[in-house]
Design a protein around this ligand. Structure first.
Ligand code: HMG
Length: 342
C-alpha cells in the first residue's frame, strides 16, 4: 500500500484549514490500517551529509531515483543549509531539480532558516523539515543558536512555508542524550516537541542523534511526549551507535508510533554529533516489520539492491545485517544451482 502524498492536495486549501487538513491526511495510513508503518528514508540527506569525499550530484540523483522505485513514500532528498557548515549538501538545488519525481513519493528537504526555505521554494520543494534540539549545547554546535533562539528562527519559516502551501516536518535532536551535555530529560524533549507541533509542524521526529537510547529510555520518552503531542504525529529517528535502534523502534511500535525514519545501508550521522554512528538501516527495519506483519509498501529485494548499490558507490560495506545475510544467501543459492547444459 502506498502512502497518499498530501502536498498536492493540501496546496489548494485556505491557510486557515491547512494545518488541520495536513495533519489529518498525513496520519491517514495509520487510520486506514493500524498495521501500516510509514518509513521516512533519510539516506540521501542524513546518510550522505557526513561523507568526507565529494559525492557527485549524479550519484545522489540516481540514489534517490532508485529509492523512489522501492515503494517508499517519503525520501528526504537533501538540505538547503549553509555549504560552509555542511559542504556535502552544497548541491541541494541540482539534486532536487535533477531527480525524476514520482507522484506517490514526497521529497522533503531540510531548511534551517528563511534563506534555506527561499532556495527550497525556488527549487519547487513541496515539503521541508526544520531541525531543533532538546540540548542548548548541541543546538549551538549544529545551527549556531540556542534552543530558544531556534524557535524565533523557525517561526517565520513555518509561517512562510504554510503561506506557500509547503508542509513542515519538525525534528528534535538529542532526545535521549547529547554529545556535549549527557542525558536529556524526556520533559525537556516534550516541551520542545509541543512547541514545534503547536507552531504547525505536522509531524515531530524524535532523533536519538547519538544512539544512546534503550527500550527503557524510549518508553519513558514516548510516554512523556505523547502526553503533549498526539502519538499519530510522532516519528522515531534512531541512530544505531549502541546497537539498540531496532529494539527502540520495536518499543515505539508497541506504544503506537507508526512513523519510522531510517537510512538505506545504515548510512549516516550528523557532522556535529561526534562519535555517533549511522542510522538504523532501512533494510533491517523492513525485514523486522515484514516479520511482524506490518505493511510498509517497500519491496525488500529492491531496497537491498539499492543499499548494495549505494554502498558500492561509496566504497563501503553495506551496514544492514539483513541485506548482507540475504545477499550472501542469494549468492550461495546461485552457486548451488545446477548449471544448464548447452
Ligand atoms: C543554520 C546556519 C546557516 C547558521 O549558521 P551561521 O553561520 O550562524 O549563519 P549566517 O546567517 O551568519 O550565515 C553564514 C553564511 O552562510 C550562508 N547561509 C546561511 N544560511 C544558508 C542557507 N540556508 N543556505 C545557504 N547558505 C546559507 C550565509 O549567506 C553566510 O554566507 P557568507 O555571507 O558568509 O558568504 C548553519 O549553522 C547551518 O547551515 N547549519 C546546518 C547544520 C546541519 O545541516 N546539520 C546536520 C543536519 S541536523 C541532523 O543531522 C540531525 C537530524 C535531523 O538528522 C536528527 C537527529 O539525528 O538528531
Amino acid at each position: 500500500m502506498n502512502f497518499r502524498p498530501v502536498s498536492r492536495i493540501a496546496i489548494n486549501l485556505t491557510k486557515a484549514s491547512f494545518q488541520q487538513t495536513v495533519r489529518r491526511l498525513n496520519t491517514a495510513p495509520a487510520s486506514v490500517s493500524p498495521r501500516f508503518v510509514k518509513i521516512v528514508e533519510v539516506g540521501p540527506r542524513d546518510g550522505l551529509q557526513n561523507e568526507k569525499s565529494v559525492i557527485p550530484a549524479e550519484t545522489k540523483i540516481e540514489f534517490i531515483n532508485r529509492l523512489s522505485d522501492t515503494g517508499l513514500s517519503v525520501v528526504e532528498a537533501t538540505s538547503f543549509v549553509s555549504p560552509k557548515w555542511v559542504p556535502q549538501m552544497g548541491d541541494a538545488k541540482k539534486v532536487i531539480t535533477g531527480i525524476a519525481k514520482k507522484e506517490h513519493v514526497n521529497y522533503p528537504c531540510l531548511t534551517p532558516n528563511i534563506k534555506g526555505l527561499d532556495s527550497a521554494i525556488e527549487a519547487g520543494v513541496k515539503e521541508v523539515a526544520v531541525f531543533l534540539a532538546a540540548s542548548d549545547s548541541f543546538s549551538k554546535k549544529n545551527i549556531n543558536c540556542s534552543v530558544e533562539e531556534s524557535f524565533d528562527r523557525v517561526k517565520p519559516l513555518i509561517t512562510k512555508a504554510q503561506e506557500n502551501g509547503i508542509l513542515v516536518r519538525g525534528y528534535v535532536s538529542c532526545v535521549v542524550g547529547c554529545p556535549y551535555e549527557g542525558p536529556i530529560s524526556a520533559r525537556k524533549v516534550a516541551e520542545v516537541s509541543k512547541k514545534l507541533y503547536d507552531m504547525g509542524c505536522y509531524e515531530i521526529s524524535l532523533g536519538d542523534t547519538i544512539g544512546v537510547g534503550t527500550p527503557g529510555t524510549f518508553r519513558e520518552l514516548i510516554n512523556t511526549v505523547s502526553q503533549v503531542v498526539p502519538l499519530k504525529a510522532l516519528a522515531v529517528h534512531c541512530h544505531d551507535t549502541y546497537g539498540q535502534a531496532l529494539a527502540n523502534i520495536h518499543c515505539a511500535l508497541e506504544m503506537g508510533v507508526r512513523v519510522v525514519d531510517s537510512s538505506m545501508a545504515g548510512l549516516g550521522g550528523c557532522p556535529y554529533a561526534p562519535g555517533a554512528s549511522g542510522n538504523v538501516a532501512t533494510e533491517d527495519v523492513v525485514y523486522m516489520l515484514n516479520g511482524m506483519q506490518y505493511e510498509t509498501g517497500v519491496d525488500l529485494s529492491k531496497a537491498i539492491e539499492t543499499g548494495n548499490w549505494i554502498s558500492e558507490q561509496l566504497g563501503k560495506t553495506n551496514g544492514s545485517k539483513a541485506a548482507r545475510a540475504l545477499t550472501l544467501k542469494a549468492a550461495a543459492a546461485k552457486a548451488c544451482a545446477p548449471t544448464s547444459k548447452l
